[in-house]
Design a protein around this ligand. Structure first.
Ligand code: NAP
Length: 423
């Protein structure tokens, strides 16, 4: 078989990792011939020797190369040069392999159409959970299943921060600074800590699982900025870990999607995933529950996923872009998860005055929200008191109605923190 002629645009962490695999003596070295590379700065020192490979200042010019078979896009960014290079390649009927979740989550529909119109393919195993082959699991291994739930820890940076806060009792801002110093968080960590990055991955998985289109608008997004050591400590006392959980839950033709800090029972394998590791749990019929745990980022793991896509193209394993495992062919609607029925964790910050607990329990009772457990913590430095409760299963809209009513009382000094609980 003739090797695929590939052009690699982006030679950073993942791009350089891919070249290392291609220059080794594994199967990829026989499956590809690198006909060009492109990055921003030609003179930047790289961990691999690229002096014998044609250099392109402009990634779009490389995408236009007439004898190219596959463009490998590893630059990043939802729009801009990455998207233009990908569009250029697809319009010319070249296949694309990418790790760019932001581009797929926000522009995946148009790119999938362009690919179909030009008889080209887009492969993106590396875009979700780095080295964990969860895209292939959904598209191939679970192709005959009906997916009921996908949930997991899909952002290593936020998981590292929560893990450190839990271990050391330090505040969020403090641990974030450390993570930046150690290179575990970007200089601009917004997408990691506000749930955006995990959201990008989740909508891609939802699109495959339910044969829909990636839909970044219909997702509830909450980050970890509001989490305090008292939440981690209280959760632990109650038998849970606090994790930034991305979840996509199917119920009666609706897929509810969210990324939110949540309580996860210690017996759930996801609760045990610490530091920068990722975990994805899939509940499907008839296979049951599967849990994938591994490296969600880094040069080796992510490049391994890119390489597997290239090998698939080399062996001509064809699949449509966002079709996967919906065994029934049912058309589902994607929605935020705010209509979900669940147990919830609620942390109130209140003034230390008599009668506050009675107001909470009376108001919740009037809204038919039953309390499962109740904790009061000693006053904090700002003199407010944290009151923590967990509810029995209830509708989140009902819980919100009760909390809105409570916010009218002057003793409630901050908006309560709400987290769903996964047993
Ligand atoms: N890092 C991970 O662990 C990981 C995991 C999963 C998915 N991903 C995804 O993989 C992609 C690449 O991530 P990365 O971590 O490898 O990024 P990175 O280390 O920042 O590398 C980006 C590369 O793109 C090049 N580049 C940026 N803008 C360019 C432009 N306008 N024209 C030409 N080249 C340009 C840079 O050139 P210079 O080198 O010259 O600056 C660099 O080589 C992203 O979509 C990311 O979301 C990354």
């Amino acid at each position: 078989m003739k090797p695929l002629k590939i052009g690699v645009v982006g030679l950073g962490t993942v791009g350089a990792g891919l070249l290392e695999i291609a220059f080794g003596n594994g199967p990829l070295s026989k499956a590809v011939e690198i006909v060009g590379v492109s990055a921003r700065n030609k003179s930047r020192k790289r961990p691999v020797d690229i002096s014998n490979i044609p250099w392109f200042d402009d990634p779009v010019e490389l995408a236009k190369l007439s004898d190219l078979d596959v463009l490998v896009e590893l630059m990043g960014g939802a729009d801009g040069p990455a998207k233009v290079a990908v569009e250029t390649a697809l319009k010319a009927g070249k296949h694309v392999v990418t790790a760019n979740k932001a581009m797929l989550a926000e522009n995946g529909v148009a790119l999938a159409k362009l690919a179909a119109d030009n008889n080209a393919e887009i492969r993106y195993e590396a875009a979700v959970a780095g080295g964990i082959p969860v895209v292939k699991a959904l598209r191939e291994g679970l192709a005959a299943n009906k997916i009921k739930k996908i949930m997991g820890v899909m952002n290593g940076t936020s998981n590292y921060i929560l893990t450190e806060m839990d271990k050391t009792g330090r505040q969020f801002a403090d641990v974030l600074k450390d993570a930046q110093r150690l290179g575990l968080a970007e200089a601009d960590p917004t997408l990691d800590i506000n749930g955006g990055d995990a959201g990008h991955k989740l909508v891609i998985l939802s699109a495959i699982a339910y044969s829909g289109a990636p839909d970044f608008k219909n997702i509830t997004l909450e980050g970890i900025e509001e989490i305090e050591p008292v939440d981690l400590e209280s959760a632990k006392f109650l038998g849970y870990a606090v994790k930034l959980i991305a979840s996509s839950i199917y119920e009666n033709g609706v897929v509810r999607q969210s990324v939110r800090p949540s309580l996860v029972a210690h017996s759930n394998p996801i609760a045990q995933v610490d530091g920068a590791t990722n975990a994805v749990l899939i509940e499907a019929d008839p296979v049951g529950t599967l849990t994938f745990i591994g490296s969600g980022a880094g040069a080796g793991p992510t490049a391994s996923a890119v390489a597997s896509d290239l090998l698939d193209l080399y062996f001509e394993a064809k699949r449509p872009v966002f079709t996967g495992s919906s065994a029934t062919g049912e058309e589902v609607r994607f929605a935020t998860d705010l209509g979900l029925s669940s147990k919830f964790y609620v942390r109130f910050s209140v003034e230390d005055k008599p009668g506050v607990i009675a107001k909470i329990s009376d108001t919740l009772a009037r809204h038919q929200v039953s309390i499962e457990s109740f904790l009061q913590k000693p006053p904090r430095p700002n003199a407010s008191v944290a009151i923590i409760l967990t509810t029995q299963k209830c509708d989140e809209s009902t819980l919100h109605a009760a909390l809105d009513e409570l916010s009218n009382f002057s003793e409630f000094v901050e908006k309560p923190l709400i987290m769903p609980i996964f047993e």
